[in-house]
Unconditional design. Structure first.
Length: 94
């Protein structure tokens, strides 16, 4: 009896795996003229690209200005550190 039940279960498993492994066909729709890029959409894309480019250039200019300010601040801090070191040297001698 156990052999019969085991063989039935194994037969069901084999049948279910063979059915599950059949590939589904892939359907790719053809390109129609309505999905192609028209001159109007190309012009909009170009305008969008130019706007993005201008925004990036403005951001670059702002970043360059911030970098100049940070460089000036670092130079001032270096001068202050040198002055503090000189004061330490003079106070140890005195």
């Amino acid at each position: 009896m156990r052999v019969l039940i085991f063989s039935l279960i194994s037969a069901v498993l084999v049948v279910s795996t063979t059915v599950a492994q059949t590939p589904m066909p892939i359907v790719v729709p053809a390109m129609t003229p309505s999905t192609a890029q028209t001159p109007v959409t190309a012009a909009v894309a170009t305008a969008s690209t130019q706007t993005t480019l201008k925004a990036l250039q403005a951001m670059k200019a702002a970043n360059d200005e911030i970098l100049k300010q940070q460089t000036a601040t670092l130079e001032k801090l270096d001068e202050i550190e040198k002055a503090a070191n000189e004061i330490r040297i003079y106070t140890k001698r005195g």
